[in-house]
Write a protein that binds this ligand. Structure first.
Ligand code: FMN
Length: 168
């Protein structure tokens, strides 16, 4: 048996990979997208989802203000942008959509942008926020959802702390 540091053991849980989009697409500099792995379904009826976001993120500021967000599933086509741009840079400093050339339009039922190349988009309205630990849990009700293109979701895990593995 190998003893594990719980901090790193949690990294061995396979995670989904999504880009959470927030803000108002009609307002310059007031919308953003951020890669998130700490996301899960939390209720069947009504359909609800949670995403855990650090209050240090620009995404957190916009989610708190606009109280809506979209979950954009990441496929192979969006993988590099998700890891290198949406998961590394901050919307406080750069327009990540312009930087990555990832195309967005306004959501159907929310004002946040949604990603045209995301296989699945789920639009959510914030129902509750739980401030816990160094990340806050945002619980949203899925109010709209659609398939944009074909593409398989990416599963994510981190081996020991230093390398990121991405698998279908
Ligand atoms: C694969 C991956 C998964 C991530 N998952 C999360 C997450 O679940 N919650 C979080 O707060 N940050 C997560 N991050 C980090 C943010 O995406 C990153 O800090 C981002 O630059 C924040 O951007 P913002 O300041 O524009 O909001 C993840 C990064 C990567 C690469």
């Amino acid at each position: 048996m190998e003893n594990l540091d719980p901090v790193y053991a949690l990294n061995e849980i396979p995670h989904p990979t999504v880009i959470v989009t927030v803000g108002n697409y009609g307002e310059n500099g007031r919308y953003n997208g951020m890669t998130a792995a700490w996301i899960s379904r939390v209720s069947w009826d009504p359909p609800m989802v949670m995403v855990s976001i650090s209050p240090k993120r620009y995404t957190w500021k916009l989610i708190k203000e606009y109280r809506e967000f979209a979950v954009n599933i990441v496929s192979e086509k969006l993988k590099e942008a998700a890891i290198e741009i949406f998961g590394k840079l901050s919307g406080r400093d750069v327009d990540k959509f312009a930087e990555s050339k990832v195309k967005v339009v306004k959501g159907r039922s929310i004002d946040a942008p949604v990603i045209l190349d995301a296989p699945i988009v789920i639009e959510c309205k914030v129902e509750n926020i739980v401030e816990t630990g160094d990340h806050y849990i945002i619980i949203g009700r899925a109010v709209d959802a659609y398939r944009n293109v074909e593409g398989k979701p990416i599963l994510w895990y981190r081996r020991k702390p230093y390398s990121i593995g991405v698998e279908l």
